[in-house]
Design a protein around this ligand. Sequence first.
Ligand code: SAM
Ligand code: DTB
Ligand code: SF4
Length: 370
Amino acid sequence: MAGLLSISEPNADSTTDLLNQPDTHTAAHTYNRDDIAQLFDLPLMDLLLKAQTIHREHFVANEIQISTLLSIKTGNCPEDCGYCSQSGHHRDTTKLQAEKRIEVDKVIAAAKRAKATGSSRFCMGAAWKHPSAKDMPYVVELIKEVKALGLETCMTLGMLDTDQASQLADAGLDYYNHNLDTSRSYYEQVVSTRSYDERLDTIENVRNSGINVCSGNIVGMGESRDDRIDWVHELLKMPKAPESIPVNLLVPIKGTPIGDKVLAEGQLSVLEWIRTIAVARICCPTSYVRLSAGRESLSDSEQALAFMAGANSFFYGDKLLTTGNASQSGDDRLMRELGLTKQFAAPRAPKVLPVMDAMSGHQSQVVLAD
Ligand code: SAM
Ligand code: DTB
Ligand code: SF4
C-alpha cells in the first residue's frame, strides 16, 4: 500500500532551485525550512504542477481514498481548543448538545452504512482529553468489530500513553489521528490546556506502537504563512512523516473564540489552503493528504484544484463530527466529472487473533509477528 512505502535516504543536495529539482527524491526530510518557504512562494501553477508530478510518482493517478467519520462521544471536552465546538469551555456559547459514548451496535450500524456507500476507512472520534481505563475495552471492541466488516479503522481519542497505544495496535487499529494543528509558536493562541510537546509525545507513542500516524493541521485560524511553514517543518522533523495528513480548513463555529474572530475578520483565501496542501504533498510524497474539514463551503473548481495539488483522500458523508460535510450525492457527481475512482480498503491484520481448538473447543489467542 502506497502509504506504507519506506522512505529513501535524504538527498544531501539542498538546492534552492526547487522548481527545477528532479522530482525523484522521496525523502521526507529533504526540505529544510527555507526550502519549504520557497515552495510556498512559487507561482501557483508551478507549485501545482510540481505537486501533481510528485503525486503521480508515488500514487495511482486519479485514485482517492475515502473515509467516513463518526463521533462516538460528543462534547463537554475538558480541553479548551479555541476552534472546537466540542470544548466544554465554550459550551455556553456554542450550545452544542453533548452525548455520552454511543453503543457498540449503533457504531457498527454506521460503519456498515459507510461501507455500503464505498468508504474504505471508518474513523471514530471522541471528545476526550484521553481515553480512561474503562473506555479502553469499548474502543478495542469497536476496532475489532469494524475491522471484521473489512474496513480500515481510524480513531482520534485525545492523548495516548504507550500502554494504550499498544492496546489499540494489538486490536489492529490502522490509523490514529492526532493533529499538531499549527506551529509550535501559534499553538498557545489556540489551546492552553495541553502543550505542543504532549501532542508530539502521543504521536511518538502511536508511531512506536506500529499504528499508522495520521496528523494534520487547521489552516485559517488567524495564523501566518510562517506558522504554516513551521507546521510542515514539524512533520519533517519527525523520524518518519505521518502516513496520513489531514489539512483542515477552519470551519468557523459561532461561539468558539477562534470561530467568532474569523467570522468577524474574514476567512483565509482558499488558495492559501490549496498551497498548503501542495507543499505537504511535495514534502511528504508518500503520505496521503486529506481534504478534511471545510469542504462543504468549497466550489467544485476549488476542490479540483486541491486534487491537482496532490490531495488524495477526503471524508465522505453528510456530517463530519459535529458540523456538516459536502453531500455524498454531490461528491459522487464531482468524482464522476473529474474522473476520480475510489481506492479499496486494505486493513492490517490485528496482532492478536482469537483461535478455537476444534477438538476441545478451548479458546485462546495467537499473537502475530509484525
Ligand atoms: N479530541 C481529539 C483531539 O483533539 O485530538 C479528537 C477529535 S478533534 C475534533 C480532531 C481534529 O478535528 C482536531 O485536532 C482539529 O484539527 C479538527 N477540528 C476540530 N474542529 C475543527 C473546526 N472547527 N474546523 C476545522 N477542523 C477542526
Ligand atoms: C481531522 O483532522 N479532521 C476531522 C478528523 N480529523 C477527526 C475532524 C474535523 C472536525 C470538523 C469539525 C466538526 O465537525 O466538529
Ligand atoms: Fe476536545 Fe479534540 Fe475538540 Fe480539542 S479538538 S476540544 S481535544 S474534541
